[in-house]
Design a protein around this ligand. Structure first.
Ligand code: ASP
Ligand code: MG
Length: 419
């Protein structure tokens, strides 16, 4: 059994869907579970639709845009007269519309978000299922909400591993013929209300299905050739890793590499299931395999993060930073659920770097204003280099006003102002 995951960019229009179908055809002789996210930027569009509804603004144009977008792809795929599909799509749009009409603030934004946004994946996979059928690919459309059980933490739902694994196994094993087509990103709680796993969570869904089914591998089909040592949109001369140890890939996602969702690696590593990252534009190329391995001389991985805040807590009375101060600062960091990307201390000050978040920054500042002199700087950028060498660092440091610099044996990090 293999698990394939196709993201939004790989199903953004009819040609992309045809391309995806041709990739699937190549592997049709293997038992296959295909996990797909919403088409193109549909998740953003649904988020926008919901915010218009909440603000009691006219949302009819935003609604029609989503509807037209999907119907146009279906029509372009020659599915306009597919009665079954037409009915299914009409039903989903009705559900979307009714849900939004019934919205009341007492339901809570996060709950409503999941009921609305999850439909992007449902719409997408319904169209794809009809297209695969048309192309002669036997497939079973599986509702991920039926088998992926989570808690009630809407928008960041935690997976109930035991229940999900049992249900995924029993449902998938019942399907005797053809491929299984299901949705990434979505699940449901014990009341069968839709939940979502957090933005870009479809990779994680692929890992959940793969571990439940003891799959032989997971392949994430992307618009990049594989895992590169830097984001090609931000850096030129990037290098492709042919092979990466799990640990290396997991740490890259921790530092902000967006190529794979951070939660994806751990469950796969625990079961020793290899993860392939390959290009849907060049499906003959091998891409990257992430697996248990020792890879000597890995190229430095450069991970860039923007929108960073550096905040310093300074002691004003000539005493020094001690455990008491650090304890106090972290008590509030924990209370506010903040994630620290980097920290540093000197004799009289303690400095942290975190993602820009003016609201929480103010809450933190207010909580500690009696104890410290507090300075902060927002809109900064951060670069982490794993497995660095001096040449890479020299290049990266050129023409930057560096605010914090830190290095260990393997990692180099700096926070700087954009010039
Ligand atoms: N469609 C969801 C999103 O855009 C999930 C995913 O793409 O993985 O965040
Ligand atoms: Mg996506």
């Amino acid at each position: 059994m293999k698990v394939f995951k196709f993201g939004g960019a790989s199903v953004k229009d009819a040609d992309s869907v045809r391309n995806m179908c041709s990739i699937i055809k190549t592997y049709i002789n293997d038992p296959l579970v295909v996990i797909v996210s919403a088409m193109g930027k549909t998740t953003n569009a649904l988020e926008h639709l919901l915010s218009l509804t909440m603000e009691e603004q006219d949302s009819s144009k935003a609604f029609d845009k989503i509807r037209t977008f999907h119907l146009a792809i279906a029509s372009d795929l020659g599915l306009s007269s597919d009665e079954k599909l037409n009915l299914e799509l009409a039903e989903i749009f009705e559900q979307l519309e009714n849900g939004l009409n019934e919205f009341s603030s007492s339901m809570g934004y996060d709950y409503m978000y999941d009921q609305t946004v999850s439909l992007g994946e449902v719409l997408c996979t319904k169209i794809i299922s009809a297209h695969l059928t048309n192309e002669g690919i036997t497939n079973t459309w599986l509702d991920a909400r039926k088998v992926l059980r989570t808690d009630d933490l809407h928008r960041q739902a935690k997976v109930d591993w035991g229940a999900s694994q049992a249900m995924i196994k029993s449902h998938v094993n019942q399907i005797e013929e053809g491929i299984v087509l299901t949705q990434g990103f979505i699940g449901s709680n014990s009341d069968f209300k839709s939940t979502t796993l957090g933005r870009e969570g479809s990779d994680f869904s692929a890992a959940i299905f793969a571990t439940s089914l003891n799959a032989e591998s997971v392949t994430i089909w992307k618009d990049v050739p594989g895992v590169l040592n830097a984001d090609p949109k931000k850096f030129d001369k990037t290098k492709l890793y042919k092979r990466l140890p799990y640990k290396e890939a997991a740490e890259m996602t921790y530092y902000g590499a967006s190529v794979i969702h951070p939660k994806t690696i751990k469950p796969l590593a625990q079961k020793g299931i290899p993860l392939y990252v390959r290009s849907f534009q060049n499906p003959d190329n091998e891409g990257t395999v992430i697996e248990e391995s020792i890879v000597p001389n890995l190229a430095p991985a450069i991970i860039h993060k923007d929108k960073q805040t550096v905040m310093s807590f300074k002691i004003s009375d000539f005493s020094f930073i001690n455990e008491h101060h650090i304890h106090l600062i972290f008590e509030h960091i924990k209370r506010l659920n903040l994630t620290i990307n980097l920290m540093q201390n000197s004799a009289i000050s303690f400095t942290i770097c975190m993602d820009d978040n003016p609201k929480k920054r103010e809450q933190l500042r207010t909580a500690l204003i009696e104890e410290f002199l507090i300075y902060y700087n927002e809109g900064l950028e951060m670069i982490t280099v794993k497995n660095y060498n001096q040449k890479t660092i020299n290049q990266l440091m050129t023409d930057k006003e560096i605010i914090i610099e830190q290095r260990s044996r393997n990692n180099f990090q700096m926070v700087y102002k954009i010039g």
